[in-house]
Design a binder for this molecule. Sequence first.
Ligand code: FAD
Length: 394
Amino acid sequence: MIDFSLNDNDQSKLDAIKEEGLICRKYARYYDEHEQDEIPPSELPEAADFRPSPNLAARQSDDDCGPSVMAMFYTIYRCWGDYAVRLRQPKMGGLGNAALMAAGTNEQKGRWANNFLAMAITEPGCGSDPSRLSASAVLDEETDEWILNGEKIFVTGGVRADGVVLWATLDRSAGRAGIKSFLVMKGTPGFEVAKKERKLGIRGEDTATYVFTDCRIPRDQLLGGNEEVQQKGSGGFRGAMKTFNMTRPAVAAFGIGIAEAALDFTRDELEKAGVDLDYGAGLGRRSAAAEKFLRLEALHEASKLTVLRAAWLADQGQPNNMESSVCKAHAGTAVRQITQGCIDILGPLGVSRDNLLEKWMRDCRIIDIYEGTGQIQRLIIARDLFEYTREDLN
Ligand SMILES: Cc1cc2nc3c(=O)[nH]c(=O)nc-3n(C[C@H](O)[C@H](O)[C@H](O)COP(=O)(O)OP(=O)(O)OC[C@H]3O[C@@H](n4cnc5c(N)ncnc54)[C@H](O)[C@@H]3O)c2cc1C
């Protein structure tokens, strides 16, 4: 039986994360309004607050709920504090770190795991279908180096990152089979951060364009090691795509945390206004505001359960490809409905910059876009349910 109830130990870990989340919130508006400003938290007045809680550091083991389920709870409550400020906390890795852990050799993990690594797949002409990417990697046999060329856009954390897991093709005509990932550190000649995006939401998290021009890296910086390049078929591509079976639930969890913050704020304001949120009230006995709020809460709970189920399957060692897409697709829509619904309920309070609700609504928009749009998740689900091939349904 699936059971997501938390024991006292797990609950106290989450309480500690929520405490840290409240600290993050103090910086949330600052980073939202200074999206191009790279002042690190250490230069802000309350920088000492950012030290990781000793309680938390000491208690990061033996989770009853399973490591992946607990990781989703941690993510939800870190984002409940603030999605972007969360990423500035010590020890937070980027998407590239997840790829390194999923597909790197032990030697590579030892060398790079302590760096913040972004992930660069998307290009001006390729997003949803990475098999069409054109960034190239050519092996120079004489120097034993890869020569990388190409442009990557919308790289999350790309300005702040120490390095990147870059997807490039050895042979465009081979499609997916030609795609490999490479570890490229900042400071490597030919690797340029060309642009910082200005965005609607998650403005505290930078997003960059990278340009690679005859960028040379040692041969052993191919993710998965040199034998990876010998592989026939699409092993390398599939290996890298597996990264997303765990990061899609994490992206959904980002949104669930933000939406939970919006609901908590709205509940407090409704209670202050004397609105009765009586869950047991019979039909027709609730105010319109209470009725709407309870529906949003139910939507949130349903979405959260899909995330926990995908993570639970991972903890059981069971495939979770479809469930990862289900939770990402569901959350992508639900968190938008929830944050907008909270603004519907609160009106001016919801749009005022004195509160974070309008920011949470903007921050949630990305959940249905990156790491596979909602449409792409629905394609994956349909293929899985009806056993369609990629050729049958694309
Ligand atoms: C803030 C932000 C951060 C990002 N971070 C990263 C990052 O760190 N690394 C990275 O590599 N990328 C990143 N991305 C890029 C993101 O993953 C892509 O934007 C996304 O995958 C969609 O690709 P695209 O923009 O090229 O859209 P397209 O693929 O051109 O799609 C456009 C529209 O068509 C729809 N569509 C496409 N194909 C189909 C289909 N077969 N059936 C039905 N509908 C379809 C899509 O759902 C979408 O609505 C980021 C994007 C943003 C906005």
